[in-house]
Design a protein around this ligand. Structure first.
Ligand code: AMP
Ligand code: MN
Ligand code: MN
Ligand code: MN
Length: 280
C-alpha cells in the first residue's frame, strides 16, 4: 500500500470526538485522505459505520483504537492499535474492561470539581458523552466551558483537569502488556501514540520505548498533530534506533478543538518505514 495522504489517528462521537464516524469519513475524503484509521479511546463500536461509509465513497479505511494504558508512577500512555480484527474476543473483552472504570472515575472527578466550586459536572459531562462508559476529561472540559468558567477546553485542562490539578483523579487503565496482547491477538500493529505528549523525563520515555519493543510493539507516531517539528525529528531518530515503523497521525477530535485538521500533516521522513507498508 502506498498512500499519499494517510492519517491513522482520529476520534468520533463514539469517544470524545465531535463528528459521527460517517461525517468523519466525509471530511477525510474532502481533505484528500487516501488511508484513514478511526481510533476512538478504548472503543471500537464506531468502526462498522466508518468502514461502511468509507467503502461507499471508495476511501481506504483500516480498523483502529487508542487504548489508555497506566505506565510508571501514575502516568498514562496511549497505545494505538491498527488494522486488526475488530471482532476478536480478547480485544473486545479487554476494551470493555478498560471502559468499565470510566463512569466511577467520572463520579469522583465530579466530587472533586464540586469542592472547587464547579457543580453538576457529572451530569454536564454525561450530556456531552452520551454514554457513561465513554465519559472522558474532554466531556468535562466542554461542560466547564459551557458554564463559562473558561474560554476553551485547553484552559480547562490547564486549570482543572491535567495531572496535579483539582479535578484530576488517578485511574488504573490497562497494563502495557495487556494492551499489546489484545492488539496482537487480533492481528494488529501496536503504535505508541504522540510520544511527545507524555510528561516523562527522557530516561522514563526511553524506558517506555524499551518496554514497548520488548513486548513486540512495532510502531511510533513520528508525525502527530500533538507534536512539533523538533519532536518529529526526535521520534524519527527513535524510529531509526529501535527499528520502529513510523505512523502519521492528526489526532483530530473536531473542528475548533484540534490544532491540525484531518490529513493536514507533513510527510514522513523518506528513510522511515511507514506502518502501512505491507498492508494489502
Ligand atoms: P481521558 O481519557 O478521560 O483521560 O481524557 C483524555 C483526553 O483528554 C485526550 O484524549 C484528549 O482528547 C484530551 N486532553 C488531554 N489533555 C488535554 C489538553 N491539555 N488540552 C486539550 N485536551 C486534552
Ligand atoms: Mn481524546
Ligand atoms: Mn491520546
Ligand atoms: Mn487520540
Amino acid at each position: 500500500m502506498n498512500p499519499s495522504n494517510a492519517d491513522l489517528h482520529c476520534h468520533s462521537t463514539v469517544s470524545d470526538g465531535l463528528l459521527a464516524p460517517a461525517a468523519l469519513i466525509e471530511r477525510a475524503q474532502a481533505n484528500g485522505i487516501d488511508l484513514l484509521a478511526l481510533t476512538d479511546h478504548d472503543e471500537i463500536s464506531g468502526l462498522d459505520e466508518a468502514l461502511q461509509a468509507a467503502a461507499a465513497v471508495g476511501l481506504r479505511c483500516v480498523t483502529g483504537v487508542e487504548i489508555s494504558v497506566s505506565w510508571g508512577d501514575d502516568q498514562t500512555a496511549h497505545i494505538v492499535g491498527l488494522n486488526f480484527d475488530h471482532r476478536h474476543p480478547a480485544l473486545v473483552a479487554g476494551l470493555a474492561r478498560v471502559r468499565s472504570g470510566r463512569d466511577a472515575r467520572a463520579g469522583r472527578m465530579s466530587d472533586e470539581l464540586a469542592k472547587v466550586g464547579i457543580d453538576g459536572a457529572y451530569g454536564g459531562a454525561l450530556k456531552y458523552a452520551g454514554n457513561p462508559a465513554l465519559i472522558s476529561r474532554s466531556h468535562f472540559a466542554r461542560y466547564i466551558v459551557e458554564r463559562g468558567f473558561a474560554p476553551d477546553v485547553k484552559t480547562v485542562f490547564d486549570y482543572w483537569l491535567a495531572k496535579g490539578k483539582p479535578g484530576y483523579v488517578s485511574h488504573p487503565w490497562a497494563e502495557l502488556h495487556e494492551a499489546l496482547g489484545w492488539i496482537h491477538a487480533a492481528g494488529g500493529v501496536a503504535v505508541i501514540a504522540h510520544p511527545g505528549r507524555y510528561r516523562l523525563t527522557s530516561v522514563e520515555r526511553r524506558q517506555l520505548f524499551v518496554a514497548f519493543k520488548e513486548l513486540g510493539g512495532q510502531g511510533i507516531e513520528v508525525i502527530s498533530g500533538a507534536q512539533n517539528e523538533s519532536e518529529m525529528r526526535e521520534f524519527a531518530a527513535i524510529a531509526r534506533e529501535f527499528g520502529f515503523l513510523a505512523s502519521r497521525a492528526s489526532d483530530f477530535h473536531g473542528p475548533g478543538e484540534s490544532h491540525v485538521d484531518l490529513g493536514h500533516l507533513v510527510a514522513l521522513p523518506h528513510d522511515l518505514k511507514p506502518v502501512w507498508e505491507g498492508w494489502q
